[in-house]
Design a protein around this ligand. Structure first.
Ligand code: ADP
Ligand code: ASP
Ligand code: MG
Length: 357
């Protein structure tokens, strides 16, 4: 096991100069953190997704690109010396502009991934430089060299073995000498083409990378001090949970708690990596520890809300004391690759919920 931690910072944590400075302070306060996984600056991925869908109205397209430029140049204007990164960030904005035009002619999943990946590629240039200016020995690493995936653009699946091999060869040696800053959300396929893991995928990236480098711990820094009993944006009297098991936290993430990408805990669970979730705005408030086993056992740990569900109810008196009915229903669903979340049955009816997709 590597003796270091992986720390992931979400979009709001790297939204502007002050937010990025708080991230740097968290890293300075924990010398065990050697690998930093960053999201795009807040709002950037939404803009990139809109552009990738093809914005035909030229004025609107120019407006979005100038918004993108402003977000990044505003942070760079507060740095002392951006000579090493300015041209790179500019080149990425230019790339976004070119790809956005191409998307108006033919938007494809592959082009979309190339385009939306620019968000994390830009934020990591800036975060690395900001850390360097504070005296941290930071280097930027392009995670596409290590996080290997299939070619399912937009929701790529990681190749765990290939990722582990590449991380051992390229990433671990670098982490032994520097604090490495890299991108969440993005990877590359066998042909070296850019892929993404799906919206909110930086949490998952951080966990995959933590698994690949056999990290001692994974820190998820976000805008709330931990996992709450329910979404604090919806229920103001929700409370932070000091500790939660991997299975409970996975269940919450899968059932709609946006705090973690649903797949995040799988790599951590496979390698028994303790996960900490805290607020980069208020690290002193502590947060939630996600572990294999926890001591407390409340009646219920938390509530999650999942929107946009479809419920299908099948009712047939012939189900009474019959057998194989559910097997037949699930065979049909399996044939169409439809995943079922909740099921309730009685003797004559079965109801199930499906994602609306
Ligand atoms: P990041 O950009 O850091 O990844 P996200 O916006 O993806 O942050 O996730 C953090 C948000 O998740 C919180 O601001 C909160 O509104 C929402 N959330 C949903 N359910 C929960 C929960 N049970 N506990 C805490 N936050 C939750
Ligand atoms: N930037 C990506 C998104 O907004 C990934 C992430 O932040 O987790 O979906
Ligand atoms: Mg998130």
């Amino acid at each position: 096991m590597s003796a270091f931690n992986v720390a992931k910072f979400g979009g709001t944590s790297v939204a502007n100069f002050e937010a990025m400075s708080r991230c740097a302070e968290i890293i300075e306060n924990n010398p065990q953190t050697k690998l930093v996984v960053s999201s795009a600056c807040s709002g950037v991925t939404n803009i990139l997704v809109e552009l990738a869908n093809g914005v035909k109205d030229e004025t609107r397209r120019a407006e979005l690109i100038s918004k993108l430029r402003d977000i990044h140049t505003d942070i760079m204007s507060k740095l002392n010396d951006v000579s090493s990164i300015e041209a790179r960030v500019d080149a990425l904005i230019e790339k976004v502009a070119t790809l956005s035009e191409a998307a108006c002619i033919a938007a494809t999943p592959k082009l979309t991934d190339h385009l939306v990946a620019c968000g994390e590629r830009m934020s990591t240039h800036i975060l690395t430089r900001l850390m360097q200016e504070r005296g941290i020995d930071a280097v930027r690493f392009d995670i596409r060299e290590a996080l290997k995936t299939d070619s399912d653009y937009g929701k790529a699946e990681p190749n765990i073995e290939a990722t582990k091999a590449a991380a051992s060869e390229k990433l671990v040696p670098l982490c032994k000498q520097h604090v490495v800053v890299t991108q969440g959300f993005i990877g590359s396929d066998e042909d070296g083409e850019t892929t993404t893991l799906g919206r909110g995928g930086s949490d998952y990236s951080a966990a995959l990378v933590a698994e690949a480098v056999e990290a001692a711990g994974l820190e998820i820094w976000t805008d709330v001090p931990g996992i709450y009993t329910t979404d604090p944006r919806i229920a103001p009297n929700a409370r932070p949970i000091p500790e939660i098991s991997f299975s409970e936290a996975s269940e919450m993430a899968n059932f709609g708690a946006k705090i973690l990408h649903p797949s995040t805990l799988l790599p951590a669970l496979r390698h028994q990596i303790p996960v900490f979730v805290g607020s980069s705005k208020a690290p002193q408030e502590g947060g939630t520890w996600v572990r294999q086993t926890v001591e407390s056992a409340p009646l219920f740990r938390a509530l999650a809300l999942r929107n946009n569900q479809t419920m299908v109810t099948l009712r047939n008196p012939r189900m009474f004391q019959a057998y194989g009915f559910l097997a037949n229903v699930f065979t049909v669903l399996a044939k169409h690759k439809i995943s079922v979340d909740l099921v309730t049955t009685s003797e004559v009816s079965v109801s199930l919920t499906l994602d609306q997709n």
